[in-house]
Ligand binder design. Structure first.
Ligand code: HEM
Length: 409
């Protein structure tokens, strides 16, 4: 008698929030390296949990394509499907562009981001971090997510992209309203869209030494609409995962004894904590996705042409085939999948920009509030309910109140 195939796993629900690592272990035990899953509305997909299998998928963009038009489920997708903003059809941004055109588009973005001087970037990040800490250092207590991590990345990105400093706080609230998806989400989206088109028009008329001017000067035939779409991706894809990288790293440093001593003692372990987070608690847990361009086999499974294949970045990072369970820190090893892999991975210069913003944000905070400590027991901290991006809802802390430094140090 053969054992019946276990049911597909619903990609949602509380366990992605409370204990995803155990859930991925169970999925691997029950289904192997490629698990059948269902999304909201019983929509079927595959989640790639194996490191080798994820490498195979991300290394072959012709077979595992970014072209969502290939999807064999479009007839079953209602117009108000909640995942449409993420798994969209015919979205004109870089995310859904394939082949040579994708390469040109990725190069436009990479070259523009490479033009950013890393020392200047660090300087901006320090200045904005100081300004945000000035607003909370006298209080003795705050929520480091809402009052710090969620305010920093986009402020810095807005500056390097070419927005005027005065626009920074408005762009950050518009983006956070849009991400929260509640009241103010549409207004937030309108504000961001309007500000971006105004920036593109201003930089067309008078280019400067900023990322947007570089994109416009090097746009390889892309329309203004396409550049605007990519700018939106660079704002949204840059803001939330970098904020979560800061939040998840601070949580690790404030809760894990292996880092606790170094909080007071120095900053050498900031990089270690950030690297550990990318392996164990990465901001982008699962990515949607790829669509198969023909029938194929993956991890021993038959995948039909047009099936949706989701990238299980967090699960692949913890695949026992590549990770020995020694409990040791990951040190400088960066063979994780946390920025994706292959042609559609997070562009290398974007990874470097994110690293500078996150590391500077954490260092300035520890510098300014050296006795920062959790205000609640570690087990009371909770995550946002999402199988996609993993971040804290709040990180309440206390510290000795100190006076503000003023706008510059
Ligand atoms: C300055 C901050 C960042 C910027 C501007 C940025 C920008 C981008 C862009 C433009 C893409 C699309 C690449 C393409 O389709 O070819 C991308 C992909 C991606 N980014 Fe980033 N990103 C940033 C930070 C991060 C962070 C902090 C993480 C997670 C730790 C992350 C994870 C990813 C992943 C996993 C993908 C690949 C998605 C896939 O394979 O389909 N990014 N990013």
């Amino acid at each position: 008698m053969t054992t019946p195939e276990p049911q597909p796993v619903y990609l949602g629900g509380p366990r992605f929030q409370t204990d995803p690592a155990e859930l991925y272990r169970e999925m691997r035990r029950d289904h192997g390296a490629v698990a059948p899953v269902v999304l909201d509305g019983d929509v079927p997909a595959w989640l790639v949990l194996g490191y080798r299998e994820l490498h195979q998928v991300t290394s072959d963009p012709a077979l595992f394509s970014r072209d969502s038009d290939l999807w064999n489920q479009w007839d079953n997708i209602p117009a108000d499907w909640p995942l449409l903003p993420m798994i969209g059809r015919k979205q004109p941004s870089i995310l859904y562009t394939v082949g040579a055109r994708h390469g040109e588009r990725a190069a436009m973005i990479s070259e523009a981001l490479e033009s950013v001087d890393p020392f200047e970037l660090k300087g901006y990040a320090e200045q904005i971090a100081d300004e945000l800490i000035d607003a909370l250092c006298g209080k003795g207590a705050c929520d480091l997510i809402a009052q710090y991590a969620m305010l920093l990345p986009l402020r810095v990105l807005a500056r390097i992209y070419g927005f005027a400093d005065a626009q920074g706080p408005g762009l950050v609230s518009a983006m956070n309203d849009m991400i929260n998806g509640r009241e103010g989400a549409l207004e937030g989206q309108r504000h961001l869209g309007g500000s971006m088109f105004a920036l593109l028009a201003a930089k067309q008329a008078a280019p400067g030494p900023d990322v947007v001017s570089h994109m416009l000067a090097n746009r390889a035939g892309f329309t203004l609409e396409e550049v605007a779409q990519d700018l939106m991706v660079m704002m949204a894809a840059g803001h939330q995962p970098t904020a979560d990288w800061i939040g998840n790293s601070l949580r690790l440093m404030l809760t894990d004894d292996r880092f606790a001593a170094s909080l007071a003692g120095g900053r050498h372990s900031v990089g270690e904590a950030m690297n550990e987070v990318l392996w164990e608690d990465t901001p982008t847990q699962n990515v949607a996705g790829r669509w198969t361009s023909r029938d194929t086999k993956l991890g021993g499974r038959h995948i039909a042409a047009g099936d949706l294949v989701l990238l299980g970045l967090a699960a692949a990072n913890s695949d026992p085939h590549v990770r020995a369970d020694t409990g040791a820190l990951t040190g400088g090893n960066n063979a994780f999948f946390s920025f994706g892999h292959g042609e559609h991975r997070c562009p290398f210069p974007a990874q470097e920009v994110a690293e500078v913003i996150a590391r500077t944000g954490i260092e300035v905070l520890l510098d300014r509030l050296p006795d920062v400590d959790l205000a609640v027991p570690a087990h009371a901290l909770s995550r946002r309910p999402s199988p996609w991006l993993r971040g804290l809802t709040e990180l309440p802390v206390t510290y000795t109140p100190t006076p503000a430094l003023g706008a510059t140090r």
